[in-house]
Design a protein around this ligand. Structure first.
Ligand code: F6P
Length: 342
């Protein structure tokens, strides 16, 4: 078989580990050949390829990013996109396509597979961990480790100056990184998109923290919003989708806390540092297992499926199920963290 591989959406530590596992098992055990498509769905759309064989995957296991490049191109939103993808797959004699991506990339794979008969297998990736039907996505553990280390460092400087330190982490729609890193780093307030926060309550936690002579650390997901969304709108920090603008909510919080409590506050926006660099051991392990199981699905001709982690098992689920809705933080799970607030 000739197997196409692409990586789409925001990059994520562990993508190269998946590619390596696919190619190693595919070539060694099944005798497959591979063709890499460049820059997500742009590759099959525009016929841009990269050689993908055993030498090409040598040494890439610990490397962040993706050797194939990535983009957010969506062939379903491009005129004649499906026909062009089909033509290019035929031109490169591709029998099956492995798409490694998040909700958008896998949503395209689900449609191409379900409606247009293009044989796709999906592999879930996102640092946000918000993909349905899998317990974890690779990249998340690395991002949480990076955010936790940053919180540890902020504690000491916050104490030295008796300041409020706000750290904004990624997560437009789901607060998984904020919740996990906040708990691991001993944050005094964690704010997530799933739960609109009350700014008066946040200021109350800040003040009670200072009463025990300790400077508070606030972890906020980039998509978190106050109950009164108008507060943010006034400062012009809403994007055209009505979401808090990237890198906006942390600054807004620090300013608002200073204004309301008189305490000095500073913000750190962690940004793409959470997505770059070498994957953690857990992410290398998960990404490798996803790659091994995805090539098994290809070998079995089991298309329209995504590999997923359930407990310690890797299973296959329908791509359509995986992309039907986002996996957000359960209110009970968030409530658990509340005991540490203030
Ligand atoms: O990969 C998902 C994500 O990390 C989101 O948490 C974040 O909002 C977004 O990507 C940033 O995307 P970009 O790199 O395109 O600005």
């Amino acid at each position: 078989m000739r197997v196409g591989v692409l990586t789409g959406g925001g990059d994520c530590p562990g993508l190269n580990a998946v590619i390596r596992a696919l190619v190693r098992k595919g070539v060694q055990e099944y005798g497959h050949e591979f063709v890499g498509f460049r820059d997500g769905w742009r590759g099959p759309l525009e016929g841009q390829t990269k050689q993908l064989d055993i030498p090409a995957v040598r040494g890439i296991l610990p490397r962040g990013g993706t050797i194939l490049g990535s983009s957010r191109t969506n062939p379903l939103k491009v005129a004649d996109g499906v026909r062009r993808v089909k033509e290019n797959l035929a031109k490169h004699e591709v029998d099956a396509l492995v798409a490694i991506g998040g909700e958008d990339t896998l949503g395209v794979a689900a449609t191409l597979s379900g409606q247009y008969g293009i044989p796709c297998v999906g592999v879930p990736k996102t640092i946000d961990n918000d993909l349905n039907a899998t317990d974890y996505t690779f990249g998340f553990d690395t991002a949480v480790n990076i955010a936790t280390e940053a919180i540890d460092r902020l504690h000491t400087t916050a104490e030295s100056h008796m300041r409020v330190l706000v750290i904004e982490v990624m997560g437009r729609h789901a607060g998984w990184i904020a919740l996990h890193a906040g708990l691991a780093g001993g944050a005094n307030v964690i704010l997530i998109p799933e739960h609109r926060f009350d700014i008066d309550e946040v200021c109350g936690w800040v003040e009670s923290r200072f009463k025990v002579r300790y400077a508070p650390i606030i972890v906020v997901a980039e998509g978190a919003m106050p109950k009164d969304g108008e507060l943010v709108t006034k400062d012009g920090t809403l994007d055209s989708f009505g979401h808090a603008r990237l890198s906006g909510i942390g600054d807004w919080l620090a300013k608002e806390i200073e204004k309301r409590t008189g305490k000095e506050a500073r913000t750190t926006v962690l940004g793409h540092i959470q997505r770059g660099g070498t994957p953690s051991a857990f992410d290398r392990w998960l990404a490798t297992r996803f790659g091994l199981h995805a090539i098994d699905a290809v070998q079995d001709g089991d298309f329209g499926k995504m590999v997923a982690l359930r407990g310690t098992d890797i299973v296959r689920v329908e791509l359509s199920e995986a992309t039907a809705k986002l996996k957000t933080v359960d209110p009970a799970l968030y409530a658990e963290a509340g005991v540490f607030f203030g």
